[in-house]
Design a protein around this ligand. Structure first.
Ligand code: TXA
Ligand code: MG
Length: 342
């Protein structure tokens, strides 16, 4: 057990340019090789100096994360990105950076020698992301270091979207937790790899495949985005092969309209059985339920999803019937996370 310091910071004040000594404290811990949970616009991340192998190892230990699962390196300026790459950024990636950075988009490139293999999970590539959250931005800028940060959950648990989720998972395991409010997007960043041409979408997120195609033309979407990898398939992104977000319950995904969803769930009602439904399903349901938003509001579903999965754990759900979202736009990201939780 290590002593975990709680550092409250108000995001609104940071956006207005107010100085906060807790930003400096968090940056100091990172400079000294410690690990700190910090809010980003997607989910909370567990941060360390990406260039310090010993600091990075602490992240893997705290999360219980397999060592071959590489970390995303977070930056606060375009210059910082250049130093991490073996070559200059490909033109198409530059276009995406200009359009979507800072924001929930991670891009993978050949790495330069400054990035240790501890950070890249033994790969010759590095994943780079420029977060837009004012607190994440301020801490990276203050530390003046590229910051490795996976989602700040215990490995296999739903990603944390509130400071309380980090406190629940990581107290006694990390040097500090920054409490900076709830994450707006709620699902992790889009991941696209420029290690091949055309680029490959490895993880869908709030920057959608459609938005990317509009800027750079054709991309491929990795088949694992739509399904669980079977054990004999090769994982392009090491994260694909691990079970994710696992709720304690058995989660069953149901693709149908509201009435048929409700008929099925009502027929299978039992004591510890719940519906993970849309608001529109509620009038038809005779079982216990938690809604994860409106069927037509993918942003709301993304914001609520991980919180709802954690709520099911808290109430001891044994079986969850989840109403399947669409598979386009931001809904593809929501769909992908639910499939990984089944
Ligand atoms: O929104 C996010 O991206 C959050 C916040 C904290 O920034 N971070 C996050 O990190 O989701 P993590 O580690 O939970 O997910 C990163 C995913 C993993 O599936 C990992 O395997 C993949 O990105 N990844 C990282 N570096 C890679 C690389 N060089 N090649 C292929 N996949 C990579
Ligand atoms: Mg994660």
């Amino acid at each position: 057990m290590i002593k975990t310091v709680i550092l409250p910071i108000e995001a609104d004040k940071i956006s207005e340019g107010t100085e906060d000594k807790n930003i400096e404290l968090a940056a100091d811990i990172l400079k000294e090789g410690g690990i700190v949970a910090i809010p980003t616009e997607t989910v909370y991340g567990l941060a360390a100096n990406a260039l310090n192998p010993d600091a990075v190892k602490k992240i893997f230990e705290a999360k219980g994360r397999p060592q071959d699962n590489p970390l995303i390196v977070h930056i606060s300026s375009f210059d910082m990105a250049d130093k991490l790459l073996a070559q200059t950024m490909p033109q198409k990636a530059k276009k995406l950076a200009e359009k979507f950075w800072p924001g929930p988009l991670t891009m993978i490139f050949s790495k330069s020698d400054v990035v240790p293999y501890e950070t890249s999970g033994g790969l010759d590539t590095v994943a780079v992301r420029f977060p837009s959250h004012p607190i994440a931005h301020a801490i990276i800028e203050k530390s003046n270091l590229p910051i490795a940060a996976p989602s700040a959950n215990l490995s296999g648990k739903p990603s944390p979207t509130t400071a309380q989720h980090c406190i629940d998972d990581l107290t006694g395991k990390v040097d500090a937790i920054v409490c900076g409010g709830n994450c707006g997007v709620g699902i992790e960043s889009t991941v696209i790899s420029f290690a091949q041409e055309p680029p490959v979408l490895l993880r869908p997120g709030a920057v959608t495949a459609e938005m990317i195609t509009e800027v750079i033309g054709k991309i491929n979407i990795h088949e694992a985005v739509y399904s669980q990898l079977t054990s004999n398939e090769k994982a392009t992104s090491p994260g694909m092969k691990y079970k994710h977000y696992a709720p304690d319950a058995n989660l069953i995904l149901i693709e149908s309209d509201c009435e048929k969803f409700a008929v099925y769930v009502n027929e299978h009602a039992a004591d510890d059985t719940y519906a993970m439904c849309f608001d529109e399903d509620i009038p038809f349901l005779k079982t216990k339920y938690i809604s994860y938003g409106s069927a037509n509001d993918a942003d709301e579903q993304g914001e609520r999803l991980f919180e709802v999965l954690r709520e099911f754990n808290d109430i001891g759900a044994k079986t969850i019937y989840a109403h399947c979202p669409n598979k386009t736009g931001v809904d593809l990201a929501v769909y992908n996370r639910i499939v990984r939780a089944t």
